[in-house]
Design a protein around this ligand. Structure first.
Ligand SMILES: CC(C)(COP(=O)(O)OP(=O)(O)OC[C@H]1O[C@@H](n2cnc3c(N)ncnc32)[C@H](O)[C@@H]1OP(=O)(O)O)[C@@H](O)C(=O)NCCC(=O)NCCS
Length: 162
């Protein structure tokens, strides 16, 4: 896609981090969820975007004609504060989303590859994520080299060696 611009997510891009997180959580239209503002500030989700820009935070944004069409980001967590995709305190956990009308055109894959490159350049050895068992994103992650670590009611936890 020649006009696609990928840039790093900055400290003041937290709205894009929140948007991507919301999309990732609400991917299944058949599942009823609280409205955006309530859900995004729930402690389970707020831990992924609160004080965005802290050490270890990394992200990439995709723009088409200056419109944001997708984002991927990752963040470090600790043993006493983490979500389902947590592996250890040296492995950032990532989330990714692409605007509905632009899905299936390679933007998600591109964002995942660029984020992995940025994480490698920052000195990280691996990335982790969590995905619902029935989310079609699972096959994309497998093709990108993520391997399954665990599978339970919270979803599939996956790891990519960088
Ligand atoms: C997952 C997601 C980021 C992939 O982005 P994308 O730009 O559609 O991905 P690509 O075009 O690079 O790759 C397409 C692959 O993604 C997967 N995919 C997941 N959801 C898809 C969708 N709604 N439309 C098309 N492909 C989708 C498919 O496995 C597809 O593989 P295929 O080419 O064999 O059919 C995007 O579909 C999305 O935002 N989904 C909603 C949010 C979400 O579920 N995030 C992940 C939470 S763990």
């Amino acid at each position: 896609m020649p006009d696609l611009v990928i840039r790093a997510l900055e400290k003041n891009d937290v709205e894009h981090v929140r948007w991507a997180l919301f999309q990732a959580v609400s991917w299944n239209p058949e599942r009823e969820l609280p409205p955006y503002e309530l859900l995004i500030e729930h402690p389970e989700l707020a831990r992924y975007h609160r004080a965005w820009g802290r050490t270890g935070d990394l992200g990439v944004l995709a723009e088409l004609d200056s419109n944001v069409v997708g984002a991927a980001f990752c963040r470090l967590f600790s043993d006493d504060d983490h979500g389902h995709g947590y592996v250890d305190d040296r492995t950032p956990e990532l989330a990714v989303a692409v605007v509905g009308a632009h899905r299936g055109r390679g933007i998600g894959r591109r964002l995942m590859v660029e984020l992995a490159d940025a994480a490698r350049a920052a000195g990280f050895a691996q990335l982790s994520l969590s995905v619902d068992t029935d989310n079609p994103a699972l096959s994309l992650y497998e093709r990108l080299g993520y391997r399954e670590l665990t599978r339970d009611e919270g979803g599939v936890r996956m790891l990519l060696e960088l």
